[in-house]
Design a protein around this ligand. Sequence first.
Ligand code: CAA
Length: 258
Amino acid sequence: MSGYSQIQTSIEAGVARIELDRPQQYNALNRKMVSEIANALESFDRNERVAVVLLSGRGKVFSAGADIDEMMNDNPIHLELLNQFTDWDRITKIKKPIVGAVQGLVLGGGFELALSCDLLISAAKTEFAFPEVELGVMPGAGGTQRLTKLAGRTKALEWLFTGERISAEEALKHNIINRIVQPEVLEEESLKFAMKLAQKPPLSLRLIKDAVNQADHTSVEEGMQYERKNFYLLFASNDQKEGMKAFVEKRKPRFEGR
Ligand code: CAA
């Protein structure tokens, strides 16, 4: 029993799965769901059986965004006291790679959740959008920042101002997603991809993610100093010894994450 009511979780071959589980509401993200996602991610981050997390949504749509029913009567003081975005901040602190698998529609907060993943695999014909502008609001969980970093100011402003849908092909072209697969093989292909990543030395994945995250807010020079320290740190691991020994001995390495 996972104890979660809005998501389903499982672990298989080093891959922990988190599935949004409100398909009747198009996986609209209520606050409980976001909090459960953050709790599950933190628990998988500490779990030695987990190397990679795969995040997906059940049903025909990945997520139609934040739950509008829940927030329609909100006021600024309630929002301030609720401090709901701390759960979103917790997602950004996860050290293990997060692969997202998306289909159907990826809207608003659902798009922001997808952009919180490290890599994204999308089913063909999936559409992405920030429709918040139609509701008299704007993205609040990182959408303006993350989309701009990936696609650049010009396209980000166009999409955020208009709320227009972005096709999977355009998303691929603008570095928003990593690859497109046929809808019927999305689950199989994304799981296969996550399992392949889970074979890599976990400490390398962790410190690569950590170093790449630095690139968001440091100069190249400072980032390179940071990278160097992570590079040195890996020489303290058994996996570095094993990886290089296996190469010299012409055999497959057996990584253990230490
Ligand atoms: N919040 C709450 N419920 C939602 C929802 C949302 N964001 N999106 C869909 N649903 C619910 C609908 O109310 C409906 O439930 P009922 O059957 O109980 O009425 C069910 O999901 C199916 O939706 P529709 O009947 O509308 O299905 P459709 O196929 O006609 O349209 C849709 C699908 C285009 C996704 C449409 O539902 C829609 O436009 N949804 C809202 C999308 C949106 O504006 N998202 C942004 C939210 S704001 C945000 O995310 C803020 C942030 O940055 C944190």
